[in-house]
Design a protein around this ligand. Structure first.
Ligand code: GLC
Length: 732
């Protein structure tokens, strides 16, 4: 539809009809079966209102959404189609690794491909918008939603943001296999006090701008069509009512002109925050902050029309919001084809097709991080008797808590993956419960622990371990121990799992530990009982196959951590790009008046960018094309990397800069580039990076985004904790 026609349509709409376009409810409230992803409060809705609803969330399926669209358009006075939205965070039915693991791939190309596949599957199942990418920078593994984020670095998160938006949206939303993306949660939701879900966020303006906003800005710059306001307060203002954050920063500074949707009931929750007297006041604040769609709260549906009638809210604010919603529908082509890609026959053929599975396996294999290996890996297929042990050894539940598989048996378990390569001489035993008597996964789900069953499993596990040459023990978090409302204070595997590991180690020390979790966990105790440790994250549909390929060396481990693993949870928040402090601690527990603790290192056990392969890489000294740089010039930095081991390997060569002195304190490292290279044993390759003035900019003492002359360190290394540098000066 032409834009002018859209404007004429809007002129012809009643006030109630316009408000209806800004209302979103879960499909379940329309009597459909669907996923409820928030508090199940009741929203008053008579038949007339129901016919005006502009969008729904939480249900999917071509046949169902075609029927829903037909029914709704028949009731809607101008037959305006609805938008169908859903949380497709790491894939629809072909499930990819959780975004935190995707960040560890350092493969934006594969992440873009995964998003495109997710878009194709979502669109054919009737969806128009996915609530992804989640781009909250994370530094605190106690927070359950770290699993949804690409990680702790602004540069890497920004690359992943762009890749996901491109993958979902392509260049034209009308294209088959494209959906609108929704960046979230704006802004700063990843830094709640204490890692406690939904809690307050205290960030200086400079930290907000330096570290937390870049990934959202990258998504906007890539053309992301929707943004979601976050639950948290920032500067004690709930985001959904934060006019400065939404109108000045998101829309004016970043240039976002898409649809801004609140998070689930977040507008009404301003009353709980104590920043709105009642839902009516909350509705007023949200409209003034330019929140277009009220997701599942009574604010807009109950009060917006009256606020307009009595002149408390300008109708022009309503019109601009409605026009943004209608424009998105128009850009998706819904006025010409309200069902877009929805097609039940194509859906059957496309979901989980072989091509999609292959992509899922490739990304899963690149996302896992080898944390320890004394040489026990890689295994040789058929050469050793294997005992698979643990609650994750044959568990389909390795898809992450924001995935909704219709058939979990489609998810390949570790056992299935290993037996595909080594069909014989493999035993498998659960070994222990996932949780422990006092542990719960989200929403208070506990396991009933039967002591007899525990004993039986242990006996079986020890028998299997005794007969095996090598034990592959698969432990970790339940898939629902992370995600929304999944904050934890203890970042350890359950005591029952630890006991299993210890007992197995007593009878067989040849242990490979595969660790599943939606967040960094404490691993110090675990490494006392294994010879290799592979962090699998939550790897999705092809997880078992990817793990087997890695363990047997069919593919090489190339994942590098996108989030620091602490020694202990109480170190959080923990991140590599920290400030030096006035008494820098070079490593280890505090000794004499330096930063850190007296009882633990103040650094990560496994730092950002860390990961092993099956070989070793040697780095030559860093060389620079010059030791000074004019602001208009550039410097080339390079190293020669050599594979000095006896396996092929893929290395992620990382470029970090450090600004030694600025008008404000500057981080000890900042990732500014990386390159992946694959080398055969004995092979060398020169890796070059161009350093330009724009890479040196930051928010100076006056909050101007600029570079300042001075000394810079250039580190080119295998991870963020290594000191492998050359130095140059930026001239005035
Ligand atoms: C949830 C989440 C958000 C999600 C939305 C819709 O509460 O915070 O990420 O997209 O509600 O399910």
């Amino acid at each position: 539809m032409e834009h002018q026609t859209l404007l004429e349509l809007m002129k012809d709409m009643s006030l109630e009809e316009k408000v209806g376009q800004l209302i979103q409810v879960p499909a379940a409230m329309l009597g459909e079966n669907g996923i409820i992803t928030g508090p199940t409060g009741s929203i008053p809705m008579d038949d007339q209102t129901r016919g005006l609803i502009g969008s729904i969330l939480g249900t999917v399926g071509a046949e169902k959404l075609i029927a829903l669209q037909k029914e709704q358009m028949a009731m809607q006075p101008h037959h305006i189609p609805m938008l169908f939205m859903f949380d497709i965070i790491n894939g629809h039915q072909t499930i990819f690794p959780i975004p935190l693991s995707q960040g560890c791939s350092f493969r934006p190309d594969l992440v873009e491909k995964a998003a495109h596949i997710a878009a194709k599957e979502s669109a054919v199942s009737g969806l128009h918008v996915v609530f992804s990418p989640m781009l909250d920078l994370v530094r605190d593994p106690r927070w359950g939603r770290v699993m949804e984020s690409p990680g702790e670095d602004p540069y890497l998160n920004s690359l992943m943001a762009r890749a996901m938006v491109r993958g979902y949206q392509g260049k034209d939303l009308k294209e088959e296999g494209r959906v609108a993306a929704c960046l979230k949660h704006f802004a700063g939701y990843g830094a709640p006090d204490g890692g406690r879900e939904y809690d307050n966020v205290e960030l200086s303006l400079r930290t907000l701008r330096e570290d937390y906003l870049p990934s959202y800005a990258a998504a906007v710059d890539e053309g992301c069509r929707m943004a979601m306001s976050s639950f948290n307060t920032l500067d004690r203002i709930p985001s959904s009512g934060n006019k400065w954050l939404m109108r000045s920063v998101l829309r004016q500074e970043m240039g976002f002109n898409g649809v801004l949707i609140s998070d689930y009931s977040a507008i009404e929750e301003m009353v709980n925050h104590g920043s709105a007297e009642d839902p009516r006041d909350a509705a007023r604040q949200a409209m003034e902050a330019s929140v277009d769609i009220d997701m599942c709260s009574v604010a807009y549906i109950g009060h917006l029309a009256n606020l307009i009638r009595e002149g408390s809210v300008e109708e022009s604010l309503l019109d601009e919001a409605v026009l943004r919603v209608l424009t998105l529908k128009n850009d998706l082509g819904l006025f010409e084809n309200p069902f877009k890609d929805a097609d039940a026959v194509k859906e059957q053929a496309l979901l989980l097709c072989d091509e999609h599975r292959r992509a899922a396996k490739d990304l899963a294999a690149c996302s896992m991080v080898l944390l320890e290996n004394d040489g026990i890996l890689p295994l040789t297929p058929g050469k050793q008797k294997l005992a698979l042990i643990g609650p994750h050894a044959n568990n389909h539940g390795i898809y992450g808590s924001w995935s909704f598989p219709q058939d979990v048996t489609q998810i390949v378990t570790v056992r299935q993956g290993i037996e595909r390569i080594q069909p014989n001489n493999v035993t498998c035993c659960t070994g222990s419960y996932m949780l422990a008597p006092n542990m719960c996964s989200r929403f208070g789900q506990f396991e009933t622990i039967d002591p007899e069953q525990t004993e039986k499993w242990l006996v079986q596990a020890l028998e299997d371990a005794k007969k095996a040459d090598t034990v592959v023990i698969c432990l970790g978090e339940d898939t629902y121990q992370s995600g929304e409302a999944g904050s934890r204070t203890v970042l350890q595997i359950s005591p029952l799992q630890l006991k299993l590991l210890q007992k197995v180690h007593e009878v067989n020390e040849n242990i490979v530990l595969v660790l599943f979790s939606g967040r960094p966990l404490e691993t110090g105790e675990l490494t006392n009982y294994c010879k290799a440790l592979l962090w699998a994250g939550m790897p999705g549909t092809e997880g078992g196959n990817a793990i087997a390929d890695l363990l047997f060396g069919i593919c090489q481990p190339e994942g590098r951590l996108s989030m620091s693993f602490p020694h202990i949870a109480t170190q959080a928040p923990l991140y590599y790009n920290h400030l030096p402090t006035g008494r820098p601690n070079l490593h280890g527990p505090q000794t004499t008046f330096c930063a850190g603790y007296i009882d633990e290192s103040c650094y990560a056990r496994y730092p950002f960018g860390y990961g092993l392969s099956y070989t070793r890489f040697d780095y030559s000294p860093v060389t620079l094309s010059a030791d000074t740089m004019d602001p208009t010039g550039c410097i080339n930095a390079s190293v020669t990397v050599t594979n000095t081991g006896d396996h092929p390997g893929t290395e992620t060569v990382q470029l970090y800069l450090r600004d030694i002195a600025g008008s404000v304190s500057r981080p000890v490292r900042m990732l500014k580039g990386f390159k992946k290279i694959t080398l055969q044993p004995g092979q060398s390759q020169q890796v070059c990076f161009e350093i330009r003035e724009d890479m040196l900019r930051f928010y100076d003492i006056h909050m101007n985004y600029t570079s300042e002359p001075g000394i810079f360190e250039v580190h080119i290394a295998a991870n963020s904790a290594l000191d492998h540098k050359a130095i140059f000066r930026l001239n005035q």
